[in-house]
Write a protein of this length. Sequence first.
Length: 283
Amino acid sequence: MSDVEVTLSELHVYPVKSCAGVALRESLLIETGLEFDRAWMVVDSEGEFVSQRELPRMALVRTELRASDLVLRAPGMLALHLSLDTVEAATRVRVWDDVVPAFDMGALAAQWFSDFLRQPLRLVRFDPGHQRLSDRAWTGAIEAENAFSDGFPLLVVSTASLDGLNERLAARGAAPVTMQRFRPNLVLTGLDAHGEDHLDELAFDTPEGPVRLKFVKPCARCPIPNIDPVCAAVGCEPGDTLATYRTDARVGGAISFGMNAVIVEGIERSLRSGQRGGATIRF
């Protein structure tokens, strides 16, 4: 029994962590979230992940998923084609506090990212044989796996939350922002602004069976939303405006926007843009 009806208006994956995302009409749920989401990551010479936080130009790397390859494009660069079923040497890399096994993607990919981002870098792919789990302090009994996401398999944001932010930006004389700034996997309509904050579970009926997602933690925001995804310019909005109304005691007073979710049921089932679902409210 649901408390509110919602529509899954958009589906996004971000194949290479901190690079541009891909809007999809349909996506398969796997153990780590949507298939190919944060499956690849750029690392420095020490194997530490890099992101737009220190390299804003990563926002300009466009990604395209095709039947057999991932295509990367960036200004002034020839397209880089990476086979979806090919990796090279095994390695180990660090993403936040986790050191995990991964596979290097070879010299050509390393040179491509090094040239575009102007420092020695390599591209790696997550080892699906490894279990990297979300913080059980938030997920409880659920073992939620991640690839190279920051900490949870899915991020959910409502269109009403973005609309509310843009109204506040307009009132301050600032330009509106797009949903790209917040890098969600699932975008919902049918909620009030920040209605996702108060949801417990979200459910969809699919031809393969039910999908059930549980909302576990507000998404505490770093400065990445202040980077324009079109030109990689770094500004102070929307962060300054969010700071006026979105400090969240649940995450130590950090600014939050959107909710992290984990999979309760539905692995190997597909979500589709436009499908209707139901959500329960947490009391």
